[in-house]
Design a protein around this ligand. Structure first.
Ligand SMILES: *Cc1c(COP(=O)(O)O)cnc(C)c1O
Length: 369
């Protein structure tokens, strides 16, 4: 059997290490995962009630069109119900966009050091990928624009960017979109938008109003705390949404995901509380980094990249032994940095205490003895 030649070299996705595995391997009773940008406060209590009620209907297929949830989300944003498409996580929306728009040889433009699923799915479709390096650890929109031609089908922008946590401003994106030809669809991944408190952050709906070749991606996995449910969505022009719908599997989101998302959306007080706790968490962590003489990248989401000037693999192992799972920069092309998710106050304090011990244990790079 001969698989598609363009997928043979693809790596299997490496998730953050699961808590249970670390407990078992290292014999630890307490393990804290600050690796996958999950919500340390869980989800709205309204979600659990909705799920219990939905148990009654487990034997029945879900509503493939997610009509109730579509209405709720469309009303929330003040857009038409024909402007929303759901996926099993925004991961699936990314997959569907690639599947719907790219044929072999089509051109797509993205940044280096960004969310891996853009490249992964573009490779599966055998597209020609133009990757533009980050500039000062932030998206280089001008550099990306230089790679956009009449042949460009898809452009991917993650704002704030995962894994760096940095962001581009509304003005920068506005200028970028004005220069992009209408033949290219611009995917604006807003997975962490709810966490952003900067007034300079882009207004996705406004950009969409001005440019019908924009699709916004949102997820219930991050601030809404529903990562296990697998539900996210795209907001776009009805023509774009109709196109993507052509490749959607009939029952791609579950009953449980749909009711959980609707309940979560209805509890905006929970979202606001999480945003505030996250802001405090970032303030605490950066205060501690400063005290420890460390530098970090500007963080606009619920995670932060910090420079330790030590081999990230060794730092990862050292923190793991102390019960903290983080993302080592060695896997992200930032060999001496780590990325950590902002936890609860208690988790953040515990992490800093573990980090201080790790800094004493792991030798700095290039520092003479
Ligand atoms: C987490 C994440 C997603 C996808 O999350 P889903 O769980 O698939 O909804 C998409 N984009 C970015 C940048 C992310 O960090």
């Amino acid at each position: 059997m001969q698989p598609k030649p363009n997928i043979i070299h693809l790596p299997v996705y490496q998730p953050g290490k699961p808590i249970e595995e670390v407990k078992r391997e290292l014999g630890l009773a307490e393990v804290t995962k600050l690796a996958s940008n999950e919500n340390p406060f869980g989800s709205s209590p309204a979600v659990k009630d909705a799920l219990i009620r939905e148990m009654e209907h487990m034997a029945l297929y879900p509503d493939g069109g997610a009509v109730d949830l579509t209405e709720a989300v469309a009303a929330f944003w003040g857009v038409g119900t024909d402007q929303i498409i759901f996926g099993a996580g925004s991961d699936e929306v990314i997959l569907m966009i690639a599947r719907a728009y790219l044929v072999a040889g089509d051109e797509t433009v993205m940044s280096t050091h960004t969310f891996g699923q853009y490249k992964h799915n573009a490779e599966i479709e055998n597209a020609v990928i133009h990757e533009v390096p980050l500039k000062n650890n932030t998206y280089d929109l001008e550099g990306m624009l230089a790679k956009v031609t009449a042949k460009t089908k898809l452009i991917w922008i993650c704002n704030p960017n995962n894994p760096t946590g940095t962001m581009v401003t509304h003005q920068e994106l506005k200028a970028f979109l004005q220069a992009v030809p209408a033949t290219a669809l611009v995917v604006l991944d807003e997975a962490y938008a709810e966490y952003v408190t900067s007034p300079d952050y882009h207004d996705g709906l406004k950009l969409l109003e001005e440019h019908s070749n924009v699709i916004l991606l949102r997820t219930f996995s991050k601030i809404y705390g529903l990562a296990s449910m697998r539900i996210g969505y795209g907001i776009g022009h009805p023509d774009v949404i109709r196109t993507i719908n052509l490749v959607r599997e009939p029952f791609n989101t579950t009953r449980f995901a749909q009711v959980a998302a609707q309940a979560a959306l209805s509890d905006q007080a929970f979202v606001e509380e999480c945003r505030e706790r996250n802001r405090e968490g970032l303030q605490f962590l950066t205060g501690e980094f400063s005290r420890l003489g460390l530098t970090w990248l500007p963080a606009y989401g619920n995670f932060i990249m910090v420079e330790l000037n030590r081999p990230a693999g060794q730092v990862f192992d050292s923190l793991l032994k102390k019960g903290y799972i983080i993302r080592g920069g060695h896997k992200l092309d930032f060999p001496t940095m780590i990325r950590i998710t902002v936890g609860s106050r208690e988790q953040n304090e515990g992490f800093i205490s573990a980090l201080e011990r790790t800094l004493a244990e792991v030798q700095e790079v290039g520092r003479p003895l």
